[in-house]
Design a protein around this ligand. Sequence first.
Ligand code: UT7
Length: 402
Amino acid sequence: MSYIDTINEQTRPRSGSAQNTGCFAHVVGWGVEVPEKVLTNFDLEEMVDTSDEWIRERTGISERRIAEDRDSTFTLALRAARKALSQANVSPRDLGLIIVATSTPVYLFPSTACMIQDKLGATQAGAFDLLAACTGFIYGLGMAAAQIRTGMIEHALVIGAETLSRIVDWSDRSTCVLFGDGAGAFVLSASDDPGGIIDYVLHSDGSGGDYLVVSSGVKQTWNGEPRRQSLTMNGQEVYRFASRVMSQGTQEVLGMAGLKVDDIDLIIPHQANIRIIKSAARGLKLPMDRFYVNIDRYGNTSAASIPLAIADAVEDGRLKPNDKIVLVAFGAGLTWGALVMDWAVEPTPRSHLREALRESWYILASIRSLLRRLWRVIEAIFWRHDKSKHLESGRSDDEDQE
Ligand code: UT7
């Protein structure tokens, strides 16, 4: 190995290698939530100038799910999270971290992750939202795995959840036919057993940011109008970028892990367009049956697309314990990333007693949350009372602390 090769090897960004640590991050449970309401291509024909034939040929999508009015990214994410925790048989109080990958949070703050933390009663968890658009779930898994591998936490919950139907312009046929709603969650746990999340790569290129834009709603000036929030996209440029990075990202992560494409049982790509997946297959010289595709049923659900595809792949018998898989995605930002892992999740047998205990925990979590809110009100009353007494006596808070 030359000097330059040695330096390159030493400085090579190994954003997510498990190979130098004794602690491994395994996925131990998953759960998904899809709205019941189905919007078919034929329904869209009634709304915009499009056709079922055009949508299926150009995208591979037949239908997508739309969240009910009473639902939100938060409620879909919460239900997926509960299913994942139940399947993993991990208690919410053992979670060290909750990450919600989403581009459609209910609020900028509080984060959807904090809302989930409260409802789950995950009292030991740090929680934050992650915005890497459709690559968000891979970014989230990478962040959580890194925390577990360094020994900082033992269990993490990573959720990809979206209600894209709320930011789509339903009069724009070039975008409204593509997107759908849904949520998926993984529980990750530390283990001494080698495997789990083996390697990952995360990339970004902000110079392509204007190809896919949704404004935050923050006003441009202090006295200006709130900005329009619907999604705008340069479809052809995103398509060109995606076709390149899907195969590149897969090859890169396999190279890092010292694996060949033939070592991989199944590739689970971000479900944006069947033609993009076919182009990745061509780039990797693989037949399409090595890729899992469910875009026909859900359309593009952004950060939720990979966990939804994994759940369906398990259901269809395409993904089995001990399979080696690659997850690969691209999205707004621009962002892209890939992750290679051993899928070793054995579903825990259902236990009615455990389910009942879990439900009771969630009821207690709601009571705890209510009591904390009430306590804050009481505390504020006392604080105001004390403050007015101090003001009357002419003492400052600082003097009081001394
Ligand atoms: O997660 C990341 C999110 N984004 C993506 O992944 C998007 C990536 N891009 C794509 O998937 C594709 O570019 C699209 C599906 C968005 C569009 O497919 P395309 O083959 O690139 O179509 P195009 O934009 O070149 O449009 C071809 C024609 C145009 O008409 P003219 O100008 O040729 O007369 C469009 O106006 O198709 C027209 N068109 C439609 N026609 C019927 C665009 N949308 C529709 C529609 N129905 N829904």
